[in-house]
Each structure stands twice: as C-alpha cells, then as structure tokens.
Design a protein around this ligand. Structure first.
Ligand SMILES: C[S@@+](CC[C@H](N)C(=O)[O-])C[C@H]1O[C@@H](n2cnc3c(N)ncnc32)[C@H](O)[C@@H]1O
Length: 139
C-alpha cells in the first residue's frame, strides 16, 4: 500500500525485477483509508516519519486489518534500548526531527510498548543486517 502517485513506479520496478505476477499494489492514504485486510503487514520505515499520536494511529490501523494471530512487522533503523550503540538510528532520528513535523526514530522497547498499548498480545524484537531491526507484534 502506498499513495496512488507511487503506483507507476511500483509497477515499473516490479516488472523490471520479474515479480509483477506475484505482487499487487494497493493505492490508498493511510490517514484516510483502512489498511487492506491481510495476515501479515510490514511497515518499512513508515512509523519514523510521524509523531507519537500518528504512530499509534498507524499501529491501531495495522491491528484492525489483521485476523487473530496475524502479525505486524515494523522494520526500522531501531535504536538500541540504552540509546548508546546504534549511531545510525540515532542520527536518523535527528534527521527525522529536522525534516518532518514530528517524526522520530525509536527503540525496540518503545515499539513493543506502543504495540501492547493498542492491543497486540505478544511482541518480539530482532536485529537485522546493518543498522536495521524489526519488531513483530502478534494480534
Ligand atoms: C520513508 S518511505 C519508506 C519506503 C519503503 N517502505 C522503505 O522501507 O524504504 C515512506 C513511504 O510512505 C509513503 N506514504 C507517505 N504518506 C502516506 C500516506 N498518507 N498513505 C500511504 N503511504 C504514504 C510514501 O509515499 C513513502 O513511500
């Protein structure tokens, strides 16, 4: 799902990679529209653009779109919980604070708490390659 204006870029990229048959673009505005219903939702570098109220709204929309035991994966340059190690994540957060109205990066623990607050029953944090990590919330 992305804004309708992104669709031609998505189609060209999927065709160039030979995966157009396996993917479908869902045009929408996540401030106005519900998220499409599915078993697993990945939000990649989405939450960090927005302030806390907007982050919680997006997590709630993710929760509402999932069936019981469905999963929401938040993929970001997660800051370590002590906020001392992941310089890339900390600098990305500074970047968001400068470039957006209220966006900021966050720790795995922050995200787990927000997910619990909107109703997810179980969460886990996993570090990925480089500065990135993911938080998985299960409905
Ligand atoms: C930082 S990019 C992340 C792109 C990609 N998911 C990634 O991980 O690299 C944020 C994305 O959110 C999309 N976006 C911004 N506002 C949106 C909205 N209101 N509804 C749906 N998508 C939106 C942008 O078009 C952009 O593709």
């Amino acid at each position: 799902m992305d804004l309708p204006v992104v669709q031609p870029v998505f189609v060209a990229y999927a065709q160039a990679r030979g995966v157009a048959q396996r993917l479908r673009f869902h045009p929408g505005d996540f401030f106005k529209d519900p998220l499409p219903k599915c078993d697993v939702i990945i939000m990649g570098h989405i939450l960090h653009d927005w302030n806390l109220e907007e982050k919680l709204m997006l997590l709630r929309k993710g929760y509402d779109a999932l069936p019981p035991r469905g999963a929401l994966i938040i993929h970001e340059a997660l800051i370590d919980d002590a906020r001392k190690q992941n310089a890339f994540g900390l600098l990305m957060s500074l970047n968001m604070l400068i470039e957006t109205h209220g966006g900021f990066d966050f720790t795995g623990a922050d995200c787990c708490k927000w997910m619990k607050d909107v109703g997810f029953t179980r969460t886990r944090v996993k570090r990925l390659a480089g500065p990135d990590g993911m938080v998985v919330g299960y409905k």
